[in-house]
Design a binder for this molecule. Structure first.
Ligand code: AP5
Ligand code: MG
Length: 220
């Protein structure tokens, strides 16, 4: 196990468990969790110009254009807290985004440690997303089927009423899955060619996926 900062990418379809596992890796390895989806949602909540633009794409399940996405993530990883390592969640999502990250890392002498592909079949993804609820106050994510809150409809940590994401309605989920297969899945081959791809069975329970992923990251 080396002491060099770890830069890990989590790749997988909507609902594969990227956000869940990224939080675990953040805690376990002291990484910064950089989620492009969360950054867009923060901008949307504040109604910044970027948030208003992103909203139009997110509500339809389409990708936000590469130029603004790349700029937003590059600004985030340039902040000083990222020098000790990052777990990327939901970025890169297109070949242009992957190339932009490679170019930035080449300039800065940084290296991607691994791209972890979390594999889950579409039928299960649809089930998981329709049962997902989150806490608007602290961002905790629950699942009515696999990871329910102790008290129905309330966050375990602060009791806030849980909500569902706008883009988790069935028609948007279907589009998000199509977009994943056509625009993001080609990155599997991109990272395989680069010798960085590692795969985990995302259909196991959260703890089992965690164990598999932590083992891979510990070996880097
Ligand atoms: P984003 O927020 O990234 O959403 P996503 O990729 O669609 O993924 P999700 O957050 O829905 O799923 P997840 O894999 O994080 O799963 P989770 O851990 O929550 O993006 C949203 C939108 O923003 C995009 O559609 C796009 O418009 C835009 N966007 C974002 N990034 C972009 C980019 N780079 N370029 C362009 N546009 C971009 O788990 C799901 C549920 O399952 C939870 O309820 C959880 O509790 C449960 N669960 C997790 N693991 C397990 C398990 N092992 N077993 C059982 N249940 C589990
Ligand atoms: Mg997520």
């Amino acid at each position: 196990m080396s002491d060099a900062p770890r830069y890990i990418i989590l790749l997988g379809a909507p609902g594969a468990g990227k956000g869940t596992q990224a939080e675990i890796l953040r805690e376990h390895f002291g990484l910064v969790h950089v989620s492009s989806g969360d950054l867009f949602r923060e901008n949307r909540a504040k109604q910044t110009p970027l948030g208003k633009l992103a909203e139009k794409y997110m509500e339809k399940g389409e990708l936000v254009p590469d130029d603004v996405t790349i700029q937003m993530v590059m600004e985030r990883i340039a902040r000083p807290d990222c020098v000790n390592g990052v777990v990327f969640d939901g970025f890169p999502r297109t070949e242009a985004q992957a190339q932009a990250l490679d170019a930035a890392f080449a300039r800065e002498g940084k290296k991607i440690g691994a791209t972890l592909l979390v594999n889950v079949r579409d039928e299960l993804l649809i089930q998981r997303l329709s049962a997902r609820w989150f806490c608007p106050a602290d961002g905790s994510v629950y699942n009515l089927l696999s990871n329910p809150p102790k008290q129905t409809g309330k966050c375990d940590k602060d009791g806030t009423a849980l909500e569902q994401r706008n883009d988790d309605k069935p028609e948007t989920v279907t589009r998000r899955l199509q977009v994943y297969h056509s625009q993001t899945a080609p990155l599997i081959e991109y990272y395989r060619q680069a010798g960085l791809l590692r795969e985990a069975d995302g259909e196991q329970n959260i703890e089992q996926v965690q164990a598999a992923i932590v083992k891979i990251v510990e070996m880097l």
